[in-house]
Design a protein around this ligand. Structure first.
Ligand code: SAM
Length: 267
């Protein structure tokens, strides 16, 4: 495995915490299970800690990196891989569907910049059928929210959105000592596998997520309160959903039922 160069000073504004623990790196790569021919895309290769073993296993890899100062190092480190492609720029503006084109769906991986993790996950979830699976390192707390179950304290907007589109597996915890510089929080690896076909289909996904946002506006309040002026208690009752329930008790299927009723009433 290539050595990870150490000369770059980590930038906070780019969420840079570089992986240094070779044991953790190989555990992540084993979880991803890269195979020759995979269309692997790495977000934020940084100094190449994951890039090197992924490239070795899959033979080709595309990366998206925002920090221009890291690009020359990556070019030098991987100059002997003709199928190593660097996309310079912001992953939040990256068009994954265009990259997929007519080819097979992408396998997206990365030790993500934690400062943009929520908008980034939303951007990826809504990339349609461009993505086959995703393996990410994230703040442990975010992984717990992604993998939460209804009724638990972590169940919220992000959980509903992630599980509407994907099956979520929390894989393992990574301690701060695995990085330089050390983050202040624990991290975890998560696998998101988009459903082959959605188990519950919202007629208007934008409306679904607008209503979910509204529902979780105040977690301690009831649906009746949070939906005031948007979804009436009578509508909820007609759907068999008690308006005095709290937002964290509803399943994805129940939110979809509400959204489809509202969509039908607005037609
Ligand atoms: N993969 C490397 C590792 O594991 O050591 C670096 C991970 S570091 C947590 C996050 C990486 O994402 C950095 O290389 C950073 O420059 C890059 N990054 C930050 N914001 C980005 C953005 N908006 N678009 C693309 N890359 C970004």
């Amino acid at each position: 495995m290539s050595q990870v160069p150490q000369q770059h000073r980590a930038r906070k504004r780019f969420g840079q915490n570089f992986l240094r623990d070779l044991g953790i790196i190989s555990r992540i790569v084993r979880s991803i299970g890269p195979r020759e021919g995979d269309r692997l895309v790495e977000i934020g290769p940084g100094q190449g800690a994951l890039t090197a073993p992924l490239l070795e296993a899959a033979g080709k890899l595309e990366v998206i990196e925002l920090d221009r100062d890291l690009i020359p190092g990556l070019r030098v480190q991987f100059f002997n891989y003709p199928d190593f492609i660097i996309h310079e720029g912001d992953v939040l503006k990256f068009d994954f569907a265009a990259l997929k084109g007519d080819g097979p769906a992408l396998r997206v991986v990365g030790n993500l910049p934690y400062n943009i993790s929520t908008p980034l996950i939303v951007h990826l979830l809504t990339a349609g059928n461009a993505i086959a699976d995703m393996h990410f390192m994230l703040q442990k707390e975010v992984v717990e929210r992604l993998a939460a179950q209804p009724g638990g304290t972590d169940w919220g907007r992000l959980s509903v959105m992630a599980q509407y589109y994907c099956h979520v597996d929390q894989l393992f915890i990574v301690p701060p000592e695995a990085f330089v510089p050390r983050p202040k929080v624990d991290s975890a690896i998560v696998r998101l596998t988009p459903h082959a076909s959605l188990p519950h289909v919202a007629d208007d996904p934008a409306l679904l997520f607008e209503l979910v946002k509204l529902a979780f506006g105040q977690r301690r309040k009831t649906l009746r309160n949070n939906f005031k002026g948007r979804v009436s208690p009578e509508t909820l009752e007609a759907l068999g959903i008690d308006p005095t329930r709290r937002p964290q008790t509803l399943t994805v299927a129940e939110y979809v039922t509400i959204a489809n009723r509202v969509a039908a009433d607005e037609r």
